[in-house]
Design a protein around this ligand. Structure first.
Ligand code: SF4
Length: 330
């Protein structure tokens, strides 16, 4: 059974088409990474799922409940099931409250009276001593504050956690420990997770499946091994070519694909394939005809690109640029 199903999700802010027809499922107990550049709309998808935003169109189903348009009172029943961890722990923790009050907030919203025991358990689970409950968030380090955010998110035992760039505001030295913590908690507690990130090395370590977002739409999605092993969409290939790899020899041999122009504006996205203004292999059809998302391989591997064949073969922009554009890439 799926922990989450979103179908044709649309979120417009006036003329800004931040999310434009995203469909995605997360199976119980699995991690789906949502990747893409900043401005691609991935955080907006996360905020629609936890209903910090009410979608303009489409549906959001949590387990078997449609929560797309529930009001605040109706949502309370589902608050236990879905939580979010934000990018910036300093901005997401109220400095006027104690850590204990922050972590217990989801339980108090559900009118639970006895919170001291669960708060102590939740703090221990994220590697903090229960005494931290009496302190204020500004007395803690960035890494400790993000652990407090995770403790708050998990205290209600949600079936789905949305982790929105959970480590990108932290010092590099503590990023790995927070990622390890999330991976351990996910394995031990078994919640499903939407992991929103631009850091592809973290994705390879954490995710079961990957969905790649470009300018408000998904361009490719599928099992992690397929997205990393046989990426089909030119945008996915470009992202992977720019991601650091642990092996220094492989890293030195890498030629990142240059996409040239910046991400176009979501107010007036390009016609046809939205990626055509930056795609190194675009053809005429790409400028006028929207490519449909099709299954091209096992595990529901899907792609939206005119040039990818039904068996997943097609262009590889990494090879194209290796041989034709190495001067520019240097
Ligand atoms: Fe590039 Fe065309 Fe494929 Fe879009 S549809 S990714 S522009 S080749």
């Amino acid at each position: 059974m799926n922990a989450l199903e979103i179908e044709d999700l649309v979120m417009h802010f006036g003329p800004v088409r931040a999310v434009d027809g995203v469909s995605l499922q997360i199976r119980k107990g699995t991690v789906v990474a949502l990747v893409g550049e900043s401005g691609s709309g991935k955080s907006t998808v996360g905020r629609c799922i936890v209903r910090l935003l009410e979608p303009t169109g489409g549906t959001v189903r949590l387990a078997d409940a449609d929560i797309t348009h529930l009001n605040r009172r109706q949502l309370r029943k589902h608050r236990r099931d879905v939580s979010i961890v934000f990018q910036d722990p300093a901005g997401s923790l109220d400095p006027r409250l104690s850590v204990g009050d922050i972590v217990s907030e989801p339980l108090r919203l559900m009118r639970q009276r006895d919170t001291a025991g669960p708060v102590a358990d939740s703090l221990r689970r994220v590697g903090l001593r229960p005494e931290v409950a009496h302190r204020s968030p500004h007395e803690l380090s960035g890494g400790q504050r993000q652990r407090v955010s995770i403790a708050r998110a998990l205290i209600s035992k949600p079936s789905l956690l949305v982790a929105d760039e959970p480590t990108s505001a932290l010092d590099v030295s503590v990023q790995a420990s927070v990622l390890n913590l999330l991976a351990d908690l996910q394995r031990d507690l078994g919640f499903a997770c939407l992991f929103i990130t631009h850091d592809l090395s973290a994705v390879e370590y954490l995710a079961d499946e990957v969905a790649v977002m470009y300018l408000g739409q998904l361009v490719e999605q599928g099992p992690r091994e397929r997205i990393f092993g046989v990426p089909a969409h030119p945008y996915t290939q470009a992202l992977l070519s720019a991601a650091p790899v642990p092996d220094p020899t492989t890293q030195r041999a890498r030629v990142p694909v240059l996409l040239g122009d910046d991400l176009p504006s979501p107010i007036d996205p390009p016609d046809g394939c939205r990626f055509h203004t930056r795609c190194p292999v675009a053809v005429d059809r790409c400028r006028t005809v929207v490519p449909e998302s099709r299954v091209i391989g096992e595990g529901g591997h899907r792609v939206a690109c005119h040039l990818v064949n039904d068996d997943g073969t097609g262009p590889d922009v990494r090879r194209t640029q290796d041989t034709t554009d190495t001067g520019a890439a240097r």
